[in-house]
Unconditional design. Structure first.
Length: 94
């Protein structure tokens, strides 16, 4: 016998907003760190500054990918919440 699935659409919507908040927080903090790394490079030896520049570029790519993934998950949570809400509304009318 199949079990009922209990979904709270509002929880999915709130979770989507939380994911967006986390994505924005990640973006802001990593952008700040990028600026601090860049500002510190002129005081570094040439080779160290070049190595830091390469590493920072890699970190920026990782940050961009993480931001995109978290934002995508937030959108998916909101889309699911709306779909469940619409299904509940439709089932209530039937």
């Amino acid at each position: 016998m199949a079990k009922d699935t209990r979904v709270h659409p509002e929880h999915l919507l709130v979770s989507g907003v939380c994911a967006d908040s986390h994505a924005e927080d990640l973006h802001v903090k990593h952008t700040t760190a990028d600026g601090q790394i860049e500002a510190a490079q002129p005081g570094m030896p040439t080779m160290a500054a070049a190595a830091m520049s390469l590493k920072a570029a890699k970190w920026q790519g990782v940050t961009t990918a993480l931001f995109a993934q978290i934002t995508h998950h937030g959108q998916a949570l909101r889309t699911s919440g709306l779909a469940f809400h619409e299904a509940d509304a439709q089932n209530a009318q039937d």
